[in-house]
Design a protein around this ligand. Structure first.
Ligand SMILES: [Zn+2]
Length: 558
C-alpha cells in the first residue's frame, strides 16, 4: 500500500474532457497521478482535502507566453524603472526572492503562475541556438511544467530546403532541430519577414505572396510547407503561427490568407487579436474589427485553432521574435527599443508599451480580443492568452474570465473605453456569457488537447495530478485570483496564495524520428556558417533534470 494516497472530496468538479460539468465527485491521487477510486475498502487515504462547496478543475495551462530565454532576460534588464516600483517578492523559508514588473524574474514567474492555479506554461519563441539558455532559465522557474516552441520561420536552412523543393530534407531538418533543442513545437514568426528585416533597412514583407530575396520563397510557401512537415512528423502540436503584418491596419486579409495557406493541414494561429484589423494602411481613422469574417472561417474549418492575445489596459513590455515589429512599435511610441538577430535563425524586438483605454486603437484591440472569445462558437478552438507580457500579464486572466462570464460587467467596462468601440466592433452587441465549464475548456482542457498533451487538462485516471481548487465567489475575478489550493504532481503546493514548497516541475519536449543521413549535410552547414560546431549544438540531457518526452503520434484532423 502506498504511503501517500490523497483524496479530494466533495468538490464541484469541472472536467470537460471527461464530460463532467460541475457534478460533485471525489478525486484520488497517488504517485503524482489521478487514479481510479480504490475498490479495496481497506485502502484509506493518507490525507483528505475537503473541497465541499468548492470548484475543482485541472491545473491551468498557458500555451503561449514569454517566460524564458534571451529576449525575456533582456526585457528584464531593460525595464529597471518598473522593477524599482513593483511590489517585491520577498524570500521565505521555502521560496526564493524575486522581482515583478511586466517581466517578472524566473522564480517570481513560477510562484505567481502557481498562485493563480496555473501548473503548465509554454514559452512561445526560442531561437534554437539559445535553447540552452531557455532550459537553464526553466531550471530556475519553479512550480510549473514547461516547454518551448522553436523559431523556424526565418531559418536559412528551412527556407533553402523550401526554395530547392526538398520536402524530405525539410522534414528531416525540422525533426532533428526540435530534438536537438529539446523543444516542443515548431514556431513561425512573421515567416520570411524577419529575414527581409535583416537584409534591408526597415525591411519587412507586407504580403503573404511577397518573395523573400536571396531565398526566392514566399511566406505562403513557408507556412504551407511547415504545416505539412509538422503533420508528417506527427508532432503533438500543430505548427504555431505568428502571422505576417502583426498590428497593422488591414492585416485581417493576410490572416485569412494565412489560414487558407495551410491547405487543410493543422495550424494554430497565435495572438490572433493582433491580426484581426480592418482599415487602410497606416490610417488610424479607418481602424476597425475584422473578427467576424475570420471567426466565421475558424468556425467552418476544424484544422485551425487560435489563442487570443488579449490586450489589457496598463503598462507592459512588448517582446517578439518579429524584429521589424519591435522597430514599428518604437517608431509609433518613441520608446526605448532593443533589436537583435540570431545568426541564420531568427530576430528579436523589445519595446515598452502602454495600452490606454481612451486610445481608439488600444480600446479596439481590447474589444477585438474579447470578440474572439465570444465569436468562436466551439470553445475547444480558442484558448485564453495575453501573449504574456505582450498584451498584458498572465495575472490578468481572472479579469478576462469575469469579462467573459459577466455581461453586465463587460457593459460597464465598455462605457469607460473609447466610444468608437461601439461602431467599429460588435462587442457591445454580443450577449454571450461563458459558463464555468467553458472557462475550464479555454484555460486547461482546450490547450491540453491542442498541444497534444494526453495527461494534462483533465482529471481522469492517468492524468497528471495538477488540480486547482477555488472558493466560489459571485465575482468571478475574485474567485479565480486566489485559488484555495493548487495541487501540482500530487503535492499540495499552494494554499491561498502561499507557496508551501519549492517544487521543480518537468520540461515537456519532443524527439521526432528523422532520417539521420541528414546529419552530414547539417554538419557541413554548421562548419560553413555557424559560430558553433555541429557536435556542440544539441542540448544534452543534463540540461533537463526532470523531463517528459511526448510521443509524436498525432494524426491530422480536419
Ligand atoms: Zn508571443
Amino acid at each position: 500500500m502506498s504511503e501517500s494516497l490523497l483524496k479530494i472530496s466533495g468538490g464541484y468538479v469541472y472536467d470537460p474532457a471527461n464530460g463532467i460539468d460541475g457534478q460533485v465527485h471525489d478525486l484520488w491521487i497517488e504517485d503524482g497521478a489521478i487514479i481510479e477510486p480504490p475498490t479495496d475498502p481497506n485502502r484509506h487515504p493518507s490525507h483528505i482535502l475537503d473541497a465541499s462547496g468548492m470548484v475543482v478543475m485541472p491545473g491551468g495551462i498557458d500555451m503561449h507566453c514569454h517566460i524564458a530565454g534571451p529576449k525575456v532576460n533582456v526585457a528584464r534588464k531593460m525595464r529597471p524603472e518598473e522593477k524599482r516600483v513593483a511590489e517585491p517578492v520577498p524570500r521565505t523559508s521555502r521560496t526564493h526572492s524575486g522581482t515583478m514588473g511586466s517581466v517578472p524574474s524566473t522564480f517570481a514567474t513560477g510562484y505567481k503562475y502557481a498562485g493563480l492555479g496555473y501548473t503548465t506554461a509554454f514559452d512561445a519563441a526560442i531561437p534554437p541556438l539559445s535553447a540552452r539558455h531557455a532550459h537553464e532559465e526553466f531550471g530556475d522557474t519553479p512550480c510549473l511544467d514547461k516547454g518551448f516552441y522553436v523559431l523556424m520561420g526565418n531559418n536559412h536552412y528551412v527556407m533553402r530546403a523550401i526554395q530547392q523543393n526538398e520536402p524530405e530534407r525539410l522534414k528531416a531538418f525540422v525533426g532533428w532541430l526540435l530534438g536537438a533543442a529539446k523543444g516542443y513545437a515548431a514556431k513561425l514568426v512573421n515567416p520570411g519577414g524577419v529575414e527581409v528585416w535583416k537584409q534591408h533597412q526597415a525591411g519587412n514583407v507586407n504580403r503573404i505572396d511577397q518573395v523573400v530575396d536571396h531565398f526566392d520563397v514566399t511566406p505562403r510557401q513557408i507556412i504551407r510547407e511547415m504545416a505539412r512537415t509538422v503533420d508528417e512528423l506527427h508532432l503533438p502540436h500543430a505548427v504555431h503561427i505568428h502571422a505576417n503584418n502583426l498590428g497593422l491596419p488591414g492585416n485581417w486579409e493576410t490572416t485569412l490568407e494565412t489560414m487558407k495557406s495551410l491547405e487543410g493541414h493543422r495550424g494554430h494561429i497565435t495572438h490572433i487579436q493582433f491580426h484581426s484589423y480592418g482599415g487602410g494602411e497606416g490610417d488610424e481613422t479607418t481602424f476597425e474589427s475584422k473578427v467576424a469574417p475570420l471567426a466565421e472561417y475558424v468556425n467552418a474549418h476544424d484544422n485551425i485553432t487560435v489563442d487570443v492575445g488579449q490586450v489589457l489596459f496598463g503598462e507592459t513590455t512588448s517582446m517578439t521574435g518579429d524584429g521589424p515589429l519591435g522597430y514599428f512599435l518604437h517608431n509609433i511610441y518613441g520608446t526605448k527599443w532593443f533589436s537583435a538577430d540570431t545568426e541564420m535563425e531568427s530576430g528579436c524586438g523589445i519595446a515598452p508599451i502602454k495600452y490606454r483605454n481612451k486610445s481608439l486603437v488600444h480600446a479596439l484591440q481590447w474589444a477585438i480580443g474579447l470578440e474572439w472569445y465570444l465569436m468562436v462558437e466551439d470553445p475547444w478552438k480558442v484558448v485564453m492568452s495575453t501573449d504574456h507580457p505582450n498584451g498584458g500579464s498572465f495575472l490578468a486572466y481572472p479579469q478576462i474570465i469575469r469579462l467573459l462570464m459577466d455581461r453586465n460587467y463587460r457593459e460597464e467596462i465598455i462605457k469607460t473605453v473609447h466610444p468608437a468601440v461601439r461602431q467599429r466592433s460588435q462587442l457591445a452587441d454580443l450577449d454571450r456569457e461563458y459558463t464555468m465549464n467553458e472557462i475550464a475548456i479555454i484555460t486547461r482542457a482546450g490547450p491540453a488537447r491542442i498541444l497534444g498533451l494526453p495527461n494534462k487538462g483533465h482529471l481522469g485516471p492517468g492524468a497528471d495530478a495538477d488540480v486547482t481548487i477555488y472558493t466560489t465567489h459571485e465575482n468571478q475575478q475574485t474567485m479565480f485570483e486566489l485559488p484555495r489550493y493548487v495541487i501540482k504532481s500530487g503535492r499540495i503546493l499552494v494554499e491561498q496564495g502561499d507557496i508551501r514548497e519549492d517544487f521543480q516541475g518537468k520540461t515537456l519536449h519532443v524527439a521526432p524520428e528523422y532520417a539521420t543521413e541528414i546529419e552530414t549535410d547539417i554538419s557541413n552547414w554548421f562548419e560553413q556558417y555557424y559560430s558553433i560546431r555541429f557536435r556542440n549544438y544539441p542540448v544534452s540531457d543534463h540540461y533537463l533534470p526532470s523531463s517528459e518526452r511526448i510521443a509524436c503520434t498525432a494524426t491530422q484532423q480536419g
